[in-house]
Each structure stands twice: as C-alpha cells, then as structure tokens.
Design a protein around this ligand. Structure first.
Ligand SMILES: C[S@@+](CC[C@H](N)C(=O)[O-])C[C@H]1O[C@@H](n2cnc3c(N)ncnc32)[C@H](O)[C@@H]1O
Length: 224
C-alpha cells in the first residue's frame, strides 16, 4: 500500500477506535456497546453468515457437529459476541474460532469476558494464521468518513489484507440501498456493485438477505 494511503487509513482507524471505545465505555459488553439495536439483530447476522459457510462447505446445519472443524477468524470481533454464541450452542468443536479487532478496548473486553481463552483474541485487522473463512459482521457499517468511494477503498484494502489468509473464502454483511450512500455515519452499499467489485478482486460472490433484517444482505466470496 502506498505511504499516503496507509497514513489515510491509519487516520480513519483512529477515528473508528475513538467512536467504538466511547460506546463500549458507555454501554459495556452488550449489543448496544457495538451499536447493534438488539441482540436478535446481532444474532441473526451470525446465523446467516454461518449458514452461508455451511452452504459453501456443503454441510447441513443439522449435522453441524459432524465432520472436520471449520476454522474461522472474525475480523472486527467487538467484545466477543460471536464466540459467546458458539459457546452457548456447544458449537466450538465444529467452529475453530479466533477473533481480531483493531480496537484494543474491544480486545481487552474479550479477554475479560473469556479469561480462559485470552489467546483467542488479538488486536489486529487480519487473521493470525490461515483459516478456512474470514467472517465480518458489521465491521464496515459505521464509517467516520462521508465519501463512499473513500470508504469502499478502505473496505477493499481490509478485505485484501484478509484474502491471502482465507483458504476457502470470506463472508460479510452490509446494509444495502439502491445507491451506495452514507447516512448518519452508516454505510449502505449497492448490492450488485459490491458483488461485481468482490468478483473482480477476489472470487465468485453471492448475496442472500440477512435473516429478519430489512435491507441487510450477507455475502459469500468464494475461492474458485
Ligand atoms: C458493529 S461492531 C461488530 C462487532 C461484532 N462483529 C458483533 O457483531 O458483535 C464492528 C467492530 O469492527 C471493528 N473494526 C472496524 N474496522 C475494523 C477493521 N478494519 N479490522 C478489524 N476490526 C475492525 C470495530 O472496532 C468494532 O469492534
């Protein structure tokens, strides 16, 4: 990455960290602490992303404890809600999880929430070793910039950092609109535009509606 672009991305990350840290301090390790408006919305996103991986790997959810474990890195893991979801569903044999986040306060919260698994969580923007899938839930929803092109450039760079470490693909979600826009710091992508962009830069990409969340879509980017 060019020096100037790197500097710009670092400045963006500093602003993202300030916003999320303030929110975590105010709300704690709760869905609201990472700007979700309900636990159901947060979990429905996880459910849809994991279902896409199950589809890609040809595994029925009903047999989800069978077969080889699937390794996932959650990029933007917040306070660890996906890990907690997998733990509560006794799914940790099936899903080999590690989480990263650019925000040290989020990783500190994960380590506090999971004191026996502190090594599962790291301050980073990419997987810490090769995994089957990188998983992003809400990672790029909140933006400190007001220019869609600039934000898409930041997103593309974030995905490019993870792609070489994602053996089988990446899954992520976005709010979608007929035209890409940023409204009150929330980014909405154009679904077809994103599918084309991901297809050109990575691999075949599909989108499905996120369970019970109007306007939200979940994307699977696969290796050919
Ligand atoms: C909306 S929260 C979602 C947290 C978690 N995925 C969940 O669903 O509970 C987005 C998280 O992504 C993190 N984040 C934003 N940009 C990131 C990036 N480029 N790399 C890693 N983490 C990032 C933020 O710090 C924040 O914790």
């Amino acid at each position: 990455m060019k020096f100037l672009q790197r500097m710009r991305h670092l400045a963006i990350e500093r602003r993202i960290n300030q916003t999320y840290t303030k929110r975590l301090v105010a709300k704690g390790s709760q869905p609201e602490g990472v700007f979700w408006n309900s636990e159901a919305n947060q979990i429905n996103r996880f459910v849809t992303l994991l279902a896409l991986i199950n589809t890609a790997t040809g595994t029925e959810p009903s047999t989800s404890n069978a077969g080889r474990p699937i390794s996932i890195a959650e990029i933007g893991c917040g306070y660890g809600a996906l890990y907690s979801y997998l733990q509560q569903r006794n799914s940790l044999d099936r899903w080999r999880y590690h989480g990263v986040d650019i925000n040290p306060a989020m990783i500190a919260a994960c380590r506090q929430n999971f004191p026996n698994e502190v090594n599962h969580f790291k301050v980073a923007d990419r997987p810490q070793h090769e995994v089957d899938f990188s998983v992003f839930s809400g990672t790029f929803n909140l933006t400190p910039v007001d220019n869609c092109e600039q934000w898409l450039g930041y997103i593309l760079q974030g995905l490019q950092n993870c792609w070489p470490l994602s053996r089988r693909g990446m899954v992520l979600n976005f709010l979608c609109a007929s035209e890409a826009k940023i409204n009150k710091n929330i980014f909405y992508t154009n679904r077809l535009h994103f599918i084309n962009m991901a297809g050109q830069n990575f691999g075949p990409t599909i989108a499905v509606p996120t369970k019970d969340i109007d306007g939200d879509f979940s994307f699977l980017i696969s290796r050919e």
